[in-house]
Design a protein around this ligand. Structure first.
Ligand code: ADP
Ligand code: MG
Length: 677
């Protein structure tokens, strides 16, 4: 059960299964002191009677408990027959649980029950509480059971647990030893012991991740030679002088310079470019592809969706027209003879730039001399796909990954510790901030009036519906109904529709009608979330906004505000909103700043859940550190690891031997350490 539910199969696993909180159980309450908002109460008294009530799923055992001052009811939904056999009436017990009012009397559901004479309350100032799953609870395995296991474990651990950090480091950083730390994580005697232990374990966890990243990325840098692209040649210059439709922003110029320095250095470039939606990442990618071309190499650009790949293809082909650059598009729907032509062009080197979807990394796709691979909207791709691009050429190409999901610094350091990061922190001039409004879904008329007004001014409108895998059928129905509703509401307008289930050709045709301005309204799912660029679209209506995550909302909003006109994002929700949903909506209404939103998202949801990290390979689960809160410890861990790797690049100094050994041990465990680096 422990292994299946919590992944605990050894004593060591158990040792590292830390309680999520400690509770002071020295205090006994009276039933008359109970308030509904109390997180828990502890009472001493007796059960007077028990009865089974309800039927079916509501069937439960209710035991009436009194401490002589008043009454509470204890309720169990399962395990009744066992309790009926073992609970004694008129016998002293100590009960512990969360009080909720029900039928005019406090109820404790599934309380902890102990015989009063067995409980040494005075010694329970810091009782550990462990998370258990619902299934464990049903099987009668509670936090108390785990407490029993860890308690036994502590008694059995006679010899000190092995240390993993060198003495001098612990002294300098004021860290306590690993043996005390691990014991105190479970059974501290004071709050101070608990916080010292927590700090030590958090540092250790983050430190070894950083050490691993730095150590192995250094290795790779030595092993892998970069293709040399020092020349800024004809293509780049001609494009810059004759084709560039606007002045580059300062940030775009800086990032292009950074990239050129990388590509010229003889090292292989691995750079992440972060730029908020609309900051002009595509142009940066294009200019760096030209650098590769100028030095005799090919370049490719991989996009997460067919729509986006198409759009990039159209843009680039137009901009390259007449420069003697052959640009081709490769997606899943390009087949047969056309595909053969492109593939042979790639092998002969006739195709200079290849744009595409995942189809780019399939086995049959071979380049003559790929110099630069650009991955757009990196958060949609995994580590593995990045790795496959590497293999497209005998010498790995330079890699540029672009993302609009601003990754908070702390997370970037952990996730992409081996990537250099550039930030485009400036939007092209003349952009007006998007006005974001929250509206309840019973005000359709107002919304329609607003849409009508915008259309009359010549603008275009997106209306987005959620399409979430788990509830695909219902979602699709909503979308289709929404679409016909919009058609009814605006019989004189052209409304097009795009969703993931459509055939690529149809999807593309619908999209093109919107891009060309023939359709005024686009009803779509999140397939348009990433990258799509229609500057004349000025209104983004998001239906069921409560069902989207923050970064998704921000991405969607980024589809408007790309032209000179005032743009609007309207978040439509139902009346009833959960707390964190309300917070998400408030943040969206308050700010347009992607980094602020990402930080807020990290705080609200925790990094494991952060959109974009799920797939992009947060290859490990942090046991104790919390990237949202432990930024400072992470920074410290990073600095220390950096100094060590610099001082001992070949890993042979005796004073660090312990660390390198521990790193090797860690890489043998179930965590995917190679993906981290
Ligand atoms: P994103 O960073 O979201 O991928 P895009 O590359 O799609 O953004 O650019 C958004 C829009 O801004 C495009 O229409 C693009 O042509 C335009 N753009 C990019 N750079 C500049 C610039 N320096 N000045 C004016 N417009 C720009
Ligand atoms: Mg883009």
């Amino acid at each position: 059960m422990l292994q299946k539910e919590l992944g605990l199969s050894t004593w060591e696993d158990l040792l590292l299964y830390f309680p999520y909180r400690h509770i002071d159980r020295t205090r006994l309450y009276r039933t008359t002191e109970i308030l509904p908002e109390m997180p828990y109460v502890q009472l001493r008294g007796q059960f007077i009677s028990m009865e089974t009530v309800g039927a079916g799923r509501k069937k439960r055992l209710v035991a009436h408990f009194t401490d002589g001052y008043g009454w509470v009811d204890c309720v169990w939904f399962n395990g009744a027959s066992y309790l009926l056999k073992t609970l004694k009436l008129h016998h002293d017990y100590i009960i512990f649980g969360k009080p909720t009012p029900f039928n005019g009397r406090p109820n404790l559901t599934h309380p902890d029950v102990d015989e009063a004479q067995n409980m040494m309350l005075s010694r329970m100032a810091m009782q550990p509480h462990y998370s258990v799953t619902e299934r464990m609870r049903k099987a009668g395995l509670s936090s108390r059971s785990i407490e029993h296991f860890t308690g036994t474990l502590m008694q059995r651990l006679q010899t000190p647990l092995p240390e993993t950090l060198p003495d001098y480091l612990m002294q300098r950083l004021g860290l306590i030893g690993r043996d005390s730390a691990l014991r105190w994580m479970h059974y501290p005697e004071t709050a101070r012991q608990l916080s010292d232990a927590t700090y030590r374990m958090k540092f250790e966890e983050l430190f070894f991740i950083q050490l691993s990243i730095l150590r192995y990325s250094r290795d790779r840098q030595k092993r892998v030679h970069g293709l040399r692209c020092p020349k800024v040649g004809e293509m780049f210059h001609r494009f810059y002088r004759e084709r560039l439709p606007f002045e580059l922003t300062g940030a775009q110029k800086r990032v292009i310079r950074e990239m050129h320095a990388d590509m010229a250095s003889g090292r292989q470039m691995n750079r992440l470019v972060q730029g908020d939606v609309g900051s002009g990442k595509t142009m940066v990618a294009l200019m760096s592809m030209l650098l590769a071309l100028d030095n005799g190499y090919q370049a490719c650009l991989m996009a997460p969706t067919e729509i986006l790949a198409n759009q990039h293809y159209e843009t680039l082909r137009r901009q390259m027209d007449g420069l003697g650059v052959r640009v081709e598009l490769l997606t899943g729907s390009i087949k047969g003879k056309r595909r053969e032509e492109i593939l042979s062009g790639l092998m002969s080197g006739d195709v200079h730039i290849l744009i595409g979807t995942h189809a780019l990394i399939e086995d049959g796709v071979t380049f003559a001399h790929l110099g630069l691979a650009v991955i757009d909207e990196q958060h949609r791709f995994g580590v593995e796909q990045r790795a496959r691009l590497w293999a497209k050429s005998t010498q790995p190409p330079h890699v540029l990954v672009m993302t609009a999901t601003p990754i908070p610094r702390t997370l970037a350091m952990t996730l992409y510790g081996d990537l250099d990061v550039s930030v485009i922190d400036e939007l092209p001039p003349g952009r007006k901030p998007i006005a974001t409004l929250h509206q309840f879904d019973n005000r359709r008329q107002q919304l329609n009036d607003f849409i009508r007004k915008q259309v009359n001014e010549g603008r275009q409108i997106y209306i987005v519906y959620p399409l979430i895998k788990e509830s695909e059928k219902i979602d699709l129905k909503n979308l289709v109904e929404g679409y016909s509703q919009v058609c009814d509401d605006f019989p004189d307008l052209v409304v097009c529709q795009v969703h993931g289930q459509m055939k690529p050709a149809l999807k593309d045709e619908q999209m093109q009608r919107f891009v060309r301005g023939e359709a005024q309204i686009m009803v779509a799912t999140t397939v348009i979330e990433v990258g799509v660029n229609v500057p004349n679209a000025s209104v983004m209506v998001i239906q069921n906004a409560e069902r989207f995550g923050l970064s998704q909302l921000h991405q969607l909003r980024g589809r408007v505000g790309r032209g000179a006109d005032q743009s609007y994002c309207i978040l439509v929700t139902g009346f009833k909103l959960a707390d964190d949903t309300r917070k998400r909506i408030e943040i969206m209404v308050r700010t347009n700043d992607g980094f602020e939103i990402a930080e807020a998202d990290l705080k609200l949801r925790g990094p494991g859940d952060l959109e974009g990290t799920q797939q992009s390979g947060l290859a490990f689960e942090l046991k104790i550190a919390d990237l949202a809160r432990d930024g400072q410890i992470l920074q410290l861990a990073r600095d220390v690891a950096e100094r060590i790797v610099e001082e001992d690049p070949t890993c042979e100094l005796p004073k660090y031997e312990l660390l390198w050994r521990q790193l090797k041990n860690l890489r043998k465990t179930n965590i995917n350490w190679s993906a981290i680096s």
